[in-house]
Design a binder for this molecule. Structure first.
Ligand code: TYD
Ligand code: MG
Length: 462
């Protein structure tokens, strides 16, 4: 068979523009004084690959013949932390823990490390605080000794050297922003340095089977110079969130090669460090007032568990040319969309009113299942009708005002019943509507139906 000879194409060295004809300048960026340069076209590259026998003997494996990876995990001493990790730290994995400065990253890690150092060797490379400061905090957290080594060093070469010498099971780097690579390395504070030092640590994790836990501050300028640039590189990305004025701290999985993502761990900052909150729903429902218009309990699925949280809305006449839409814990665009749906489909006059929404406890509800609760909370505040505190609401609301089903209806209902709820406003699933003893369900198809339940369920002026 006669082979068709490969063709050449021409490329701009500056911007990569390609053309089948040679040109003395680049029509795309005008930045090629020598003109386009010839490159082999993909077709001729393929031919040469085929002629060369495909680059030597490489074989694919039948799925059945691929060995199963044994994952060895160790516990952090916190059930919440372990769950977020997918069952504990995986040996030889690279975990990134991000969060705002002061949120409690070092505290959380120090507590976990203290647990792990009982029986395992841990090396803590501290670039932010002196060993004495760490010792003070360690003592304050009520921890003792263990096989924990503090390395007051930021030079990556020295950190790597110490790992080789000590061969710990866990290496903590606090924080990646303080790591330096000495003369000749990328400039300090640059994205390049962040990336390069993280790749060295990644290699180290894989080569030496040491678990690497790196702390990274989310910086104001950002997203760019912060831990986000490392997300694609590492095995697991966790973020510790929370407001300094509130003791709740949420630990979220953003990425996990060794477990589920979107998992959520809940902690409370105390004078003895972070304490895990095991009964999350009762924690968030604590201190709620009996009757308050605009207050609705929603069920949001955070990772694998349903969480009951209170949503509060205040709707009031505006004094601004553009009414205000302020949302804490709910996406601003979701709120605007829902307000528009209620205005168009249910005739609620919201466009001349300010709307303030707050999710109690500092949680962020990312799930659309909170839509229906938000709708009832908006209407409740507008009409000044309070809902009985024994009602839980969930369901997604579409642009047509239709109420859509959400995942895990049954486990949400079970959780609500466990916390003493008696009524649930839920999306109508027809024959699939679950029956939970002691809980009266009110299935709805349209958001308007849910709003008309406002009066019936507890109802009345607060
Ligand atoms: P830290 O872990 O240093 O934050 P990060 O490493 O994320 O920058 O946490 C600092 C905050 O936590 C500080 O404001 C004090 C508070 N904190 C407590 O409230 N209780 C404690 O037991 C500890 C150790 C810290
Ligand atoms: Mg710190």
């Amino acid at each position: 068979m006669k082979k068709k000879s490969g063709t050449m194409s021409y490329e701009c060295p500056a911007c990569g523009y390609r053309s089948s004809k040679w040109m003395g300048f680049c029509p795309s960026c005008q930045d090629a004084p020598e003109g386009l340069i010839p490159v082999e076209s993909p077709a001729s590259r393929l031919e040469s690959f085929l002629e060369g026998g495909g680059g030597g003997p490489v074989r694919s494996l039948r799925m059945e013949d691929v060995g199963k990876a044994e994952v060895e995990r160790s516990t952090s001493g916190f059930r919440e932390f372990d769950r977020v990790l997918g069952g504990g730290f995986v040996r030889g994995s690279f975990v990134l823990l991000g969060g705002d400065p002061g949120v409690g990253k070092s505290t959380l890690v120090l507590q976990a490390v203290a647990h792990m150092a009982n029986g395992r060797k841990v090396l803590y490379a501290a670039g932010e605080e002196s060993p004495e400061q760490i010792r003070m905090r360690y003592d304050r957290l009520g921890r003792k000794g263990g096989d924990l080594y503090i390395l007051p060093e930021t030079d990556l070469e020295k950190i790597v050297g110490e790992v080789e010498r000590l061969s710990p099971e866990l290496l903590v780097v606090d924080s990646i922003q303080t790591v330096s690579m000495g003369p000749g390395g990328p400039a300090s504070g640059s994205v390049g340095l962040l990336r390069e030092s993280a790749s060295v640590l990644l290699e180290l994790a894989k080569k030496s089977a040491v678990t690497v836990l790196v702390i990274g501050h989310v910086t104001k300028e950002g997203v760019i110079a912060g831990p986000r640039v490392l997300e694609h590189l590492v095995d697991t990305v966790l973020y510790l969130e929370g407001d300094r004025s509130h003791p709740v701290r949420l630990l979220r999985t953003v990425k996990n090669r060794f477990g589920p993502t979107r998992e959520l761990g809940i902690f409370e900052m105390s004078s003895e460090g972070l304490r895990e909150v095991e009964n999350a729903s009762s924690f968030f429902l604590e201190g709620r007032k009996d009757r308050l218009s605009g207050s609705v309990i929603v069920s949001s699925l955070e990772g694998t568990r349903p969480l009951l949280v209170e949503l509060q809305t205040l709707v009031s006449p505006t004094t601004f040319p553009n009414p205000r839409r302020v949302a804490q814990g709910i996406g601003a665009s979701r709120l605007s969309i829902l307000a528009a749906v209620l205005e168009r489909r249910c005739g609620l006059s919201l466009s001349s009113r300010d709307i303030y929404v707050n999710v109690v406890g500092g949680v962020t509800l990312e799930e659309t299942a909170s839509d229906l609760g938000l709708a009832m909370s908006l209407a409740g505040s507008l009409r000044d009708i309070s809902l009985s505190p024994e009602v839980v609401v969930f369901g997604e609301v579409g642009l047509g005002g239709e109420v859509r089903r959400v995942q895990e209806t049954e486990s949400r209902l079970v959780e609500a019943r466990r916390h003493g709820f008696v009524h649930a406003v839920i999306p109508d699933g027809g024959k699939k509507n679950p029956v939970i003893p002691g809980l009266v369900t009110h299935p709805v198809r349209e958001v308007g139906q849910a709003l008309s339940l406002l009066g019936k369920l507890g109802g009345g002026k607060p």
